[in-house]
Design a protein. Structure first.
Length: 434
């Protein structure tokens, strides 16, 4: 009987290993001589080892510079590629096909710095392809790519957290492009000085289902066509919350953001199909469009499915465009729903309607933070504030300070240990420090 039970147990364990249930190895990769005992000297070898058997492998990459082969590397089994114990890991993309391709699996990248070789021929860094592909990036850096470094092509999910993109370029989307992706999630990221010869100086989203951009900086990006920072076409449901969009340039429509539709949508308002964009607690300022919509450009409502825009608790100020009226330079089409906002030129054009909208100078500093005398302090509506999650502003400070939420991406933070403390009611903190 004992022999039979032992045999059944061995069979069950073999099945678990073959199915990947218990298969989770640490695969160490290190350049020659940099880490004793690391069996693999190249990132390609570590990925090939992970591809060789089913299960989730944790590829620990030690400090060093790693160059991918010119033919690139495919990831065909679920894995995590992580900088080992705070190591500095540089992954060099040497040529037009030398990138990582995630094929119908889940791949995570943690603490990796991707860069393009000095020759400037690198195409991209990571591509997710296939309906089951999911690519996740945590604390990664991408710089100097002449082709969009992160791309999702018909995959399930593209996720970016605490990542930075600088001085990259592309045909469409200087930093990130997602086409036909089920879900795009961007949180606490920085996009600066990226450019495109097409649409979306930093981000280009086309034919996606859900896209969210939270607590992110989109600064000084350039598009030679539309959407200096963000270009969105036929994304069914887009939300931007606690973002700063500033200093971006478009040679066509949308100095900051271009929102349009050339496809179909399952969302309805009454019997009319729509695609939807929510802009919540964002600061959109100092952007320039050579055509229309310096801050926000929206496709006219005559197109079906039409673009439905909702702007709340946000600031649109000092955006410039080829428009005589200041309010039209902020948004070239009247948003469908505007509530508790600060918008330059508001109240001049009758078609621009909303609730509790002010047109006073928001008194921003260069980073888009509210000065202590800003009229936007305590002027928001907390009903738009989520009850769970995202309880911090873009600078990771408390989102609700004082009697009401502030307008824009930054919550004004008074000196909690100074003379103003008695005036504050900081959610989650005692009203007095006595």
């Amino acid at each position: 009987m004992k022999v039979k039970v032992f045999a059944l147990l061995c069979t069950a364990l073999m099945y678990c290993f073959s199915a990947g249930v218990l298969h989770a190895r640490h695969i160490h990769v290190a350049t020659w001589g940099s880490a004793a005992g690391a069996p693999y000297a190249t990132l390609e070898q570590g990925i090939q080892a992970a591809n060789a058997s089913a299960g989730v492998d944790d590829i620990r990459v030690h400090s060093g510079n790693y160059t991918l082969p010119v033919s690139g590397v495919q990831i065909t089994e679920e894995c995590k590629i992580t900088a080992h114990s705070g190591a500095t890991v540089n992954v060099d993309i040497p040529g037009p096909f030398g990138h990582l391709t995630v094929c119908n699996v889940d791949a995570q990248f943690n603490g990796i710095e991707f860069r393009c070789s000095a020759g400037g021929y690198g195409q991209t860094a990571v591509v997710g392809t296939g309906s089951d592909a999911r690519i996740h990036f945590m604390d990664c850096r991408f710089s100097n790519f002449p082709r969009t470094p992160v791309q999702g092509r018909g995959c399930n999910r593209v996720e970016l957290k605490f990542c930075s993109f600088s001085d990259n370029s592309g045909v469409n989307g200087g930093a990130m492009r997602a086409v036909g992706v089920e879900e795009v999630f961007v949180e606490d990221c920085q996009f600066s000085k990226n450019s495109t010869v097409g649409d979306g100086g930093a981000i280009c989203l086309v034919d996606c289902t859900i896209a969210t951009i939270y607590r992110s900086w989109l600064i000084d990006n350039v598009a030679l066509n539309r959407g200096g920072a963000v270009f969105v076409d036929n994304v069914v449901d887009l939300e931007m919350r606690n973002d700063v969009v500033s200093g971006n340039l478009s040679l066509q429509e949308g100095g900051g953001i271009r929102f349009q539709n050339t496809g179909t949508s399952p969302l309805l308002v009454g019997s009319l199909p729509i695609i939807r964009m929510n802009v919540v607690n964002c600061t959109i300022f100092d952007n320039l469009a050579m055509s229309s919509g310096g801050g926000l450009s929206v496709q006219p409502t005559v197109v079906i499915p039409r673009c439905y825009t909702r702007v709340v608790n946000s600031i649109l100020w000092n955006n410039k465009a080829n428009a005589r009226l200041k309010v039209v330079a902020q948004s070239d089409v009247p948003p469908d729903h505007v509530d508790h906002c600060c918008i330059e030129g508001w109240g001049v054009v009758a078609s621009y309607t909303g609730t509790d909208v002010i047109a006073l100078d928001p008194q921003l500093n260069a980073k888009g933070e509210l000065m202590f005398y800003s009229p936007c302090i305590n002027q928001g509506d907390r009903s738009h504030f989520p009850s769970a999650g995202f309880a911090m502003d873009i600078a990771q400070n408390y989102r609700l300070v004082g009697t009401e939420i502030d307008l824009g991406a930054h919550e004004y933070q008074a000196d909690l240990f100074g003379s103003e403390v008695d005036k504050l009611d900081v959610e989650g903190l005692p009203k007095s420090l006595d």
